[in-house]
Design a protein around this ligand. Structure first.
Ligand SMILES: O=C(O)CCC(=O)C(=O)O
Ligand SMILES: [Fe+2]
Length: 212
């Protein structure tokens, strides 16, 4: 099936359906499986007031914990997270070009990625990605089961927002006036992934520039 054309969901926020081919999706699944094992194993992030996130997360480059980045995972096992690989910088640059932002691509050097794994029950509340000291775009890749992705505004967690279904292989970039917009994942659609991707559940990779 032909993917739908790219769509600007909000100023600076672009959804590119079917951007990753199946081979690239499978390669990313393998890479994430390795990172999930360590040096810092994938885990449910514990929030400062004791809540536990339903997604499981592993980071590369810099470790995110609520609400800052460190090189070592002091809230997990104290080890330094895996290096941010050069091939993923290239992937991030290609993603910006794919999202119609070629002028930003050459200068884009993401230095952290949050890898989130969602099981059937997992979701993510509306939040801003604002622990980075850079306004460079966030590049988000989705693999496996589809989800409902809610992309809102920079002022409130509520309306106006746009609901987008993110499928395996989709790219979503948010930068410019949408860089600090609230967004979240209210729902995953279990069993919707193409079996050849080799994943039960949903994988999301967000690349960012920490500015650190
Ligand atoms: O899973 C997604 O599509 C979004 C993940 C996200 O917003 C985050 O990791 O900050
Ligand atoms: Fe986010």
């Amino acid at each position: 099936m032909m993917p739908l054309p790219p769509r600007e969901v909000a100023p600076g926020a672009v959804h590119v359906p079917g951007w990753l081919g199946l081979d690239e999706q499978r390669t990313l699944v393998s890479a994430c499986r390795e990172w999930a094992k360590g040096p810092v194993p994938i885990r449910h992030t514990v929030l400062p007031r004791g809540g536990v996130m339903s997604v499981r997360t592993v980071c590369v480059g810099w470790h995110w914990q609520p609400y800052r980045y460190t090189r070592t995972a002091d809230d997990v096992n104290g080890l330094r997270v895996a290096e941010f690989p050069g091939w993923m910088v290239e992937l991030g640059r290609r993603a910006l070009t794919g999202a119609g932002l070629p002028e930003l691509a050459a200068g884009y050097t993401p230095d952290t990625a949050l890898i989130n794994f969602y099981d059937d029950q997992a979701r993510m509340g509306m939040h801003q990605d604002k622990d980075e000291r850079s306004d460079a775009p966030v590049v988000s890749l989705s693999i496996g089961d589809a989800c409902l992705f809610r992309f809102g505004n920079t002022e409130t967690r509520g309306r106006p927002y746009t609901d987008v279904r993110l499928e395996s292989g989709d790219l979503f970039v948010f930068g410019g006036p949408s860089r600090f917009a609230y967004h979240g994942v209210p729902k995953v659609y279990p069993g919707t992934a193409d079996p050849v991707v080799g994943l039960r559940g949903r994988l999301n990779i967000t690349m960012r520039v920490t500015g650190l």
